[in-house]
Design a protein around this ligand. Structure first.
Ligand code: MRU
Length: 354
């Protein structure tokens, strides 16, 4: 399978290396890589959307914890765990909806606790090994998920997607965009419709950029055009990612996803969610319990630095919505495709991760 762009990478060794993040706010105009040398740098990078996408922010936070561990040791901390724990809390607060973030932080905490009695340098080594494992496993899971998802498609498929779920949002290859890449690899992709994804424009800025790099046959549309193309038979399926899948199959994903699910149902089009098992949260019973991040009004009233609304108007900006499970045709994971009823299927597939 083809490779894809990565949202971040580690440069150098454990002792002298540093994390570089591709500044996704600057895409598609410029490719700017930012150096992150403290946990706070990484936390701000997540908060301010330098890196975004559920799996990618989990990976970034994992490296942030590893950096915090190294910096604690270099700073001569008497208890590494006590010094690093507040950083874990700081990362948890950066973006509340994507469960991959807390999932990765839990893994890092467990790794540190398991090696708490070892030498400081060994703890640093273990922290970096765990962060690297989270990164690499995500890419492997995406490749497996892509194969599972592509099996659902055959000849000349026309697929609509929302937000950015590609290499930029993950450890590489992507979730929903990974499935779309795999459909193309098996020769069955006729067309991708890319929702621009107002207000942050992850579709037009990031997914369109990835599709061009990969030579995928893609067309950018504004979010309000989906029904038009569905009604004309131009969409065979919708494939999206997820930030959190509740135990009952309700799916939190980028704002506007729920609209698409309702439209897909109205047009009798399958609505697929592609998400690694790390996105399934069995502790969250339904979508009602998923915290929805509220972002700034300015991201709605402005495009970049340009105002597109009167100064006096107030704006709302929930960054995610919840699609009820009844609208979801199937959830594609690296361990297989889950179909309704979701409660049993998700519990079974996520078991090992609890
Ligand atoms: O606000 P973002 O850009 O982090 O939102 C990203 C999404 O909603 C994606 O669809 C989701 O994280 C799944 S990506 C693998």
């Amino acid at each position: 399978m083809r490779s894809s762009v990565l949202p971040l990478h580690w440069i150098g060794g454990i002792d002298d290396g540093y994390l570089e993040m591709l500044d996704q706010r600057k895409l598609p105009d410029r490719e700017v890589w930012l150096v992150m040398s403290t946990a706070e740098d990484v936390a701000k990078g997540i908060e301010n959307m330098v890196v975004r996408g559920a799996p990618a922010i989990g990976i970034a936070a994992a490296y942030g914890v590893a950096i915090a561990t190294r910096n604690a040791v270099e700073g001569g901390a008497t208890s590494i765990l006590e010094t690093v724990t507040p950083k874990l809390e700081r990362f948890t607060e950066t973006r509340p909806t994507a469960v991959n973030l807390t999932w990765a932080l839990d893994r890092m905490q467990e790794a540190l606790e398991n090696h708490g009695s070892e030498s400081p340098s060994k703890m640093v080594e273990c922290a970096f090994e765990e962060a690297e494992a989270i990164f690499e496993e995500d890419r492997e899971h995406n490749l497996a998920m892509a194969r599972e998802g592509a099996d659902l498609f055959d000849n000349d498929s026309k697929v609509l997607t929302h937000c950015n779920t590609g290499g930029l949002a993950t450890g590489g290859f992507g979730t929903a965009l990974g499935v779309i890449r795999a459909i193309d690899d098996q020769g069955d992709l006729e067309h991708v419709w890319i929702d621009e994804t107002r207000p942050y424009l992850q579709g037009s800025r990031l997914t369109a950029w990835e599709c061009i790099q990969d030579n995928l046959p893609a067309t950018l549309i504004t979010d309000n055009m989906a029904a038009h193309f569905m009604s004309r038979g131009e969409v065979d399926a919708v494939v999206v990612g997820a930030d959190r899948v509740a135990a009952n199959g309700d799916v939190a994903n980028k704002i506007g996803t729920y609209n698409l699910a309702v439209l897909a149902r109205a047009h009798d089009i399958p609505f697929y969610v592609a998400a690694p098992v790390s996105t399934i949260d069995l502790d969250t019973l339904s979508g009602d319990d998923i915290p929805i991040e509220e972002r700034s009004e300015e991201e709605v009233t402005h495009v970049g630095d340009t105002s597109i609304a009167p100064d006096e108007v107030s704006a709302a900006h929930p960054a995610f919505d919840v699609t009820p499970a009844e609208y979801v045709t199937a959830i594609v994971t690296e361990r297989g495709v889950v179909e309704p009823p979701y409660k049993e299927g998700l519990a079974w597939i996520a078991e090992e991760y609890q």
